[in-house]
Design a protein around this ligand. Structure first.
Ligand code: SF4
Length: 377
C-alpha cells in the first residue's frame, strides 16, 4: 500500500486481491448476492459480480465534489460495510479527489484534481454531493454563484469544468439531485440540483442521506456492464426507485385494512399500524428503503415508527409539508374509496386484500432472503 500524490492511500495491483481477501469470504459472497437481488439479476450473476469487484478491471477514477450540503452522503458512504470503505477506497475505486477524506489541501489538492482530470479524460466518474447556489449575493461586488466558492471558483464554474470531461456524473443525495433543503422556498441562494444548475445530464441517487447500498449497486452495475443503470424519467436508477415505499411497506396490510395510527404513542402505534394519518408520504415516494433498509439492514424510518417524509422526491421539503399531516385522497387499491372515507363496512373488503398483500410481501422478501442464504451457506 502506498500514499499517492493526492494524499489518499492506494493499493498496488499486486496486493489488491490480498486486501479483498481480508474480508470474510462468506460475508463478501452474501454482499454479492444482495447486490444481485437489488439489481434484479439472477443468482447466476453472483460470481460475475464477485469477479467484477475482485477482478483485474481497472479501478474507475472517481472525483467527488462537495457543494452546498451537510456531508451526510459522505458520512453514509464511509459507513459502507460490504464492501468496506477501505476496500471501496483502496481496491475497488480510485478515489482521486474527495475533500473530506483526502489528507492534502490547498494547492496540492487542486493539483491532484487537475491531474486526475487529465489522466482520465472522458472516463472519470464525477460524484456530486450538495446543491449548487446560482444566485447573486447582495452588494456591488456580488456575482452569480458567489454564495459558494471552492479554490477561488464558484460551485457552478467548478461543476462545469469538472463535469465537461467526465464519463458519467452521479449525484448522491437529494441536494445534488434536486436541490434539497438548500432549495427550499424562499431559496435565497438560488440553490439547484447539479443538472438544473449546469445543464449536464446526471444519474441521481437521492435520499437524505442516500443509501450507500444503492451507490454501491450503481458502481457494481458500472463495473459489470460498463454502463450506468437504467433510470426513471427523473434520472433515478429503476432498481432502487422503480416502486413506491408504500408498495413494499411492512405496514401496508394495516393500510389496506383501514388500521391507522391516530396519534404517536397510541396503542395503534405500539402495534405498528399504518402511519398514513400521522403524515406518512410513502404513497407518493419512490425508494427501496423497505427492501434494503439503512445501516446494514438495521432499520429505516417507518420501521422505527416515523412516517416517510418523501426525502427522495424533488422539492420534498416544500411539496411534502406539513410532514405530520396526511396526504389528501390516497385511494385504496381495489377499493373505490380513500383511506379517509374508508367505512366500517368496507373494512371486510379491504381485509380481503390484506392476505394478498401480506403474501406478496412475504414471498418477495423470502425470495430476497433465500438468494442471500443460497450464497452464504
Ligand atoms: S402509508 Fe406509510 S406506513 Fe402506511 S403502508 Fe403506506 S408507506 Fe407504510
Amino acid at each position: 500500500m502506498c500514499r499517492t500524490s493526492n494524499g489518499l492511500m492506494s493499493a498496488t495491483p499486486d496486493n489488491r486481491l490480498g486486501e479483498l481477501n481480508r474480508l470474510d469470504r462468506r460475508g463478501f459472497m452474501v454482499f454479492c448476492a444482495q447486490i444481485a437481488a437489488i439489481l434484479g439479476l439472477a443468482p447466476s450473476f453472483i460470481p460475475k459480480i464477485a469477479e467484477a469487484i475482485e477482478g483485474g478491471a481497472r479501478r474507475p477514477s472517481v472525483i467527488w465534489l462537495h457543494f452546498a450540503e451537510c456531508t451526510g452522503d459522505s458520512e453514509a458512504f464511509i459507513r459502507s460495510t460490504y464492501p468496506s470503505i477501505e476496500d471501496l477506497v483502496l481496491n475497488i475505486l480510485s478515489i482521486d479527489y474527495h475533500e473530506t477524506i483526502m489528507t492534502t489541501s490547498g494547492h496540492a489538492a487542486e493539483a491532484a484534481l487537475a491531474q486526475a482530470m487529465k489522466d482520465n479524460k472522458g472516463k472519470y466518474i464525477v460524484v456530486c454531493e450538495g446543491a449548487i447556489p446560482t444566485g447573486t449575493p447582495p452588494g456591488p461586488a456580488g456575482k452569480p454563484g458567489d454564495f459558494l466558492t471552492i479554490g477561488g471558483k464558484t460551485g457552478i464554474d467548478l461543476a462545469r469544468e469538472v463535469c465537461a470531461d467526465a464519463g458519467a456524473v452521479v449525484c448522491v443525495g437529494t441536494c445534488s439531485s434536486f436541490g434539497g433543503v438548500q432549495a427550499q422556498r424562499p431559496n435565497p441562494t438560488g440553490a439547484k440540483g447539479v443538472e438544473d444548475a449546469i445543464g449536464v445530464p446526471t444519474l441521481k441517487i437521492p435520499g437524505c442521506p442516500h443509501n450507500v447500498v444503492n451507490s454501491v449497486a450503481t458502481i457494481v452495475n458500472f463495473l459489470l456492464l460498463g454502463s450506468l443503470p437504467k433510470t426513471d424519467r427523473l434520472g433515478r436508477p429503476l432498481f432502487a426507485y422503480g416502486k413506491r415505499i408504500h408498495d413494499n411497506c411492512p405496514r401496508r396490510a394495516h393500510f389496506d385494512a383501514g388500521q391507522f395510527v391516530e396519534k404517536f404513542g397510541d396503542k395503534a402505534s405500539q402495534d405498528k399500524w399504518c402511519l398514513y394519518k400521522v403524515g406518512c408520504k410513502g404513497p407518493q415516494t419512490y425508494h427501496n428503503c423497505a427492501w434494503v433498509e439503512y445501516n446494514d439492514n438495521t432499520s429505516w424510518p417507518i420501521k422505527g415508527g416515523h412516517g416517510c417524509i418523501g426525502c427522495s422526491e424533488p422539492q420534498f421539503w416544500d411539496n411534502m409539508q406539513p410532514f405530520y399531516e396526511r396526504l389528501p385522497n390516497v385511494t385504496l387499491p381495489g377499493v373505490e374509496t380513500t383511506a379517509d372515507r374508508l367505512g366500517f363496512g368496507l373494512v371486510g373488503a379491504a381485509t380481503a386484500g390484506v392476505a394478498a398483500h401480506a403474501a406478496y410481501t412475504f414471498i418477495n422478501r423470502k425470495k430476497f432472503d433465500d438468494t442471500l442464504k443460497e450464497e452464504g451457506e
